[in-house]
Design a protein around this ligand. Sequence first.
Ligand code: XIL
Length: 377
Amino acid sequence: MLNRRHFVELAGLGVLAPLASGYTERARVQAGAAPALPQDVGGPNSLKAHAAAKGLSYGCAVNVGLLGRNEVYTRLIQQQASIVVAENSMKFGPMRPSPTEFRWDEADKLVAFAEANGMKVRGHNLCWHRQIPQWFDGYATKENALALLTTHIEGVVMRYEGRIQSWDVVNEAVQPSDGRSDSLRESPWLRLLGPDYIELAFRTARAADPAAKLTYNDYGIEAQDEASGKKRTAVLALVKALHAKGLIDAVGVQSHVSAGSEYGRGLADFVGTVSALGLEIYVTEMDVNDRKLGPDTAARDEAVAAAYREYLTLVLKNPALKSVLTWGITDEFTWLNGEDARADHLPERCLPFDKELKPVQAFFALRDAFDRKASAS
Ligand code: XIL
């Protein structure tokens, strides 16, 4: 007989997944397990099943600290996701307590969980201007920065070689509003290494794991407004330059979307240009914030669901779009209540499951968008 702690640990590691069919609800409850998830959205009704029917992967960002500790959260991810990404645990800051040490526990845990459950893993991310370790400022110099970046990328990528579907090698390196003529963001890496840091990061990742799809990932390229249009042009220039050198396989469109904003031709053309280069496209971090809307819950849920449906229908028209990941799976742990929270401080209703882990309209909108995609022929 499994005791509760043992059950939670095994569930967290995915060890119970193969037993799921023969494991009765009564036995679960006797084992002290939390109530079962709604069965009508499991199995063939899950997001991953509907995505797979169209040759797509659905997945989500995972709070690795909760994995195995919060049983219902863990089971929800097992039920819905065929691809996972660490929300924070594989970033430079969290992975590097000091210039010479790596911290592997959470990243190892996520990769083991994914493998035990037959899920793919996205690696996020190797080079970014945020979540840089505290020691970096007093330590990094123009002299040691190249070794710092390449040692980090080699260390992390080689540890998981052959086990990562795609790596976000460089994240958010473009920002036209920073005013540079090359539209690159004024980031610590740019300051230390100059614009070549991007190519250097991709070359190092390619050598460390030739099988991983190397991805450039960014935000602010989705909407139908002037700033997004400028950023799309700049991202395309970077992607084309990397493509000409054989260094890139995919573009990640983060897709932090706003209910009430317009998404259209500009995004469709961007996705079309990227796919014409022969690259894959991933929706890597989708959520829909409702901060432009009033407090009414039903109206917010409807607008959020409409944004999921319309946005995904638009991008899924392109056959190069291979996966859709939401940034989290339940409203309970969304990052959106921290940064840029609603002015009225109401919690955001931005993800397919609410705080009670019940599917909301957004869940059904996501599933409909998968269903309505033309089958790959
Ligand atoms: C966010 C996490 O969700 C937060 O927990 C963390 O405090 C900050 O980073 N673009 C990205 C993600 O590429 O890594 C960010 O994740 C959200 C925006």
